[in-house]
Each structure stands twice: as structure tokens, then as C-alpha cells.
Design a protein. Structure first.
Length: 259
């Protein structure tokens, strides 16, 4: 399995690259959300990797990366930046979901020269977590993760699908999940987000109950020149629920930008 060393942390990643590679197209780096892993991006890797290099990383403590996670977005941001540099990815497009979207925004504000564009999926400029979630992680991790998984899908999603999502999240240690959620809770770029000048696509599920459509609209309003794509009949896990629409939206956006 491929890894890149960042400080004391071995960061695992998966890569899809066309043969021959379209080297004139910007590579894509996918960043998962809280408690997730590269697995959430497998369908996007398959579709978007047909034309350009596409990489999905496991943040520290997630998937096959070592480490214990982080409780601040800035820590994850710095690790992703070092990954991009270590992999020698030029003019990358960073695609982030939920917490990954917070990381993408933070990179766009602090290190815009590394990137060609960003795509923000199911995220916001501020990501508050209800105190009951933290209490639940102390009392009953499985029940709390099950509740998170249910809220992350559109209403009416079959119970077996939600159970599969919860099982996937539970592969991440509870302490790392808690750290992720604390990083989200502390994140706030409500004022600074307007500093983003990179080409930006904001994608949201129309039925997202965790980061409602108002979050996506705020990002769109604050980021000059950004584009907004609302996908019907989809919740917070929009890239699972509507993979073709998400992938096509990203590809069309990047083609428009010449990336």
C-alpha cells in the first residue's frame, strides 16, 4: 500500500491514474470527513481518475494511516499541505467533505498558491457539534455513531444502509472520532472565508440534515465567483448517494476552469 511520511506519521493514500496520464490536468486530492477514510471516495476516484491523477488520503488515525487524529483543523491542514508537497502535486484541486471541507477552506486561506481550485462538499464555514454528541460518545459509542450515520443520510434511507455506514465509521477509534468532532466544533471561518479567491465549487445535498443548504449558500455568497450545485434527494453523504452527479459536477467545473 502506498504511504507518504509526514513528520512521525505515515499517511496512507490510494491513487487512480489514467494510462497514459493526462499530465496537463490538475491532480485531485480527496479529503474525507470526521471518522471517515479514503473509502468514502472510491466511486469518485474511479470516475474522475479516468482523465487525471486522483488521490484520496487517510488522515492520521483513520483508515490505514497511523497517529491519533487531531482536535484542530489547522493540524490536519498542515498535514495535508505536507502530503501535497511530498507527493509533488502541482496545482492540485482539493476536494473536501464535511470536516475535509473545513480543511480545504483552511488551505485555501493559508496556502492558496499550492492549489488550482477547491471543491467543498457537505460543509460550512462553521461546524458546531451538539454537546449531546460528545456526551453520547462517552456513554454509548455505537448508539451515538448510529445516530450520526442516520442523520448523515437522506430521510427514508434503509436501515441496513445506515448500519453499514455506522460500522464503517466504527472502524475509526472512538477517541479519534471525538477529536475530529472537537476539531469541527472549534472551526470557524465565517469571516475569513471571504478571503478565498480560488475557483470554488460548493456541493450540497438538498436533504442534508447535518450541514443544511443554508451552509452551502453562505459559502457561495461569501466566496467570490464560486459555483453552487445542489443535488436533490441526497443528504450529507451526497457522494455516496449520488456519485455520478457529484463526479460529473466536479468534472464539469474543472473543465470550465481549465484545470
Amino acid at each position: 500500500m502506498p504511504y507518504v511520511q509526514v513528520g512521525c506519521t505515515r499517511i496512507h493514500f490510494v491513487e487512480q491514474c489514467p494510462n497514459p496520464a493526462a499530465t496537463h490536468l490538475s491532480p485531485i486530492v480527496f479529503i474525507h470527513g470526521a471518522g471517515g477514510s479514503h473509502q468514502v471516495w472510491l466511486q469518485q476516484l474511479r470516475i474522475l481518475g479516468r482523465r487525471r491523477k486522483a488521490i484520496a488520503i487517510d488522515l492520521p488515525g483513520h483508515g490505514d494511516s497511523n497517529g491519533s487524529g487531531a482536535d484542530r483543523i489547522e493540524v490536519y491542514r498542515d498535514i495535508v499541505v505536507e502530503c501535497v508537497r511530498a507527493l509533488d502535486l502541482q496545482r492540485s484541486v482539493v476536494v473536501g467533505h464535511s470536516m475535509g471541507g473545513a480543511i480545504a477552506q483552511s488551505i485555501a486561506v493559508g496556502s492558496p498558491g499550492l492549489l488550482a481550485a477547491i471543491v467543498l462538499i457537505g460543509t460550512g464555514a462553521r461546524l458546531r457539534i451538539h454537546p449531546k454528541i460528545f456526551a453520547g460518545l462517552q456513554d454509548d459509542v455505537r448508539q451515538t455513531v448510529g445516530m450520526i450515520a442516520a442523520w448523515a443520510r437522506a430521510a427514508g434511507t434503509p436501515a441496513e444502509v445506515i448500519s453499514q455506514d455506522a460500522d464503517a465509521m466504527l472502524r475509526t477509534p472512538a477517541s479519534v472520532i471525538e477529536n475530529d468532532l472537537r476539531a469541527c466544533d472549534a472551526f470557524d471561518l465565517m469571516e475569513q472565508v471571504k478571503m478565498i479567491t480560488l475557483p470554488t465549487l460548493v456541493i450540497g445535498g438538498a436533504e442534508d440534515r447535518m450541514t443544511p443548504s443554508a451552509y452551502a449558500k453562505y459559502l457561495h455568497q461569501q466566496i467570490s465567483g464560486s459555483q453552487l450545485l445542489s443535488i436533490p434527494d441526497a443528504g450529507h453523504m451526497v457522494m455516496f448517494e449520488r456519485p455520478d452527479e457529484v463526479s460529473r459536477g466536479i468534472e464539469d467545473f474543472l473543465d470550465q476552469q481549465g484545470c
